[in-house]
Design a protein. Structure first.
Length: 155
C-alpha cells in the first residue's frame, strides 16, 4: 500500500512538472514575437520596428544625441537602409532610433544589449522625399524620449 501511494505521488509530481514546463514553453511569446511589438506604435502598418542585431562597429553617417537623451549614437548607411544604434548610458532603458519620412512611414531600431554596445537594423525605406532621424531611449512606459539628430532628402 505504501509503495502504491509513493508511485502515485511520483506520478502526480511528474504530471505537475510536465504541466509547468508546457505552460512555460507554450504560454510565453517567443523572443521574435515579443520584439515585433515592443511599443504600441509598432502595431501601426506604416511603422516597422526591429530589435537590432549586435555588431562590433557602425558604418555610415553618425550623430550623437545630447546627454538628456542618453547620449545615444545613431548611424545610417543610406544605400543599404541600415541603421546602427549605440547605447550611450548605463541604465535599464533601451537605446532607440526613430526614422520618419514625409510619406508617413516610420522605422524604429531598438538596442537592448546595454551600455557601450552597437546594434544594426536592416530596414527598407523609400529614398525619395525628406527623412528625419531621432535618437534617444525607450521610456519605462510605452513612449520614446528622442531628439532630432539630422534630416536628409533623396539619399
Amino acid at each position: 500500500m505504501e509503495s502504491m501511494m509513493s508511485t502515485r505521488s511520483a506520478l502526480r509530481g511528474a504530471v505537475l512538472a510536465f504541466a509547468a514546463v508546457a505552460v512555460a514553453v507554450f504560454g510565453l511569446q517567443s523572443p521574435s514575437m515579443a520584439d515585433e511589438n515592443f511599443m504600441p506604435a509598432c502595431d501601426d502598418p506604416g511603422v516597422s520596428c526591429q530589435t537590432g542585431v549586435e555588431v562590433a562597429a557602425p558604418q555610415g553617417e553618425c550623430e550623437t544625441a545630447p546627454s538628456d537623451y542618453a547620449s545615444t549614437r545613431v548611424c545610417v548607411v543610406y544605400d543599404g537602409d541600415y541603421i546602427y544604434v549605440r547605447d550611450g548610458k548605463v541604465d535599464d532603458l533601451s537605446a532607440i532610433s526613430f526614422l520618419q519620412s514625409e510619406n508617413g512611414s516610420g522605422r524604429i531600431c531598438r538596442n537592448t544589449k546595454g551600455s557601450g554596445s552597437w546594434v544594426r537594423c536592416n530596414f527598407d525605406w523609400a529614398e525619395t522625399g525628406k527623412h528625419w532621424l531621432e535618437g534617444g531611449y525607450k521610456t519605462s512606459g510605452q513612449g520614446l524620449h528622442t531628439a532630432q539628430l539630422w534630416s536628409w532628402t533623396g539619399k
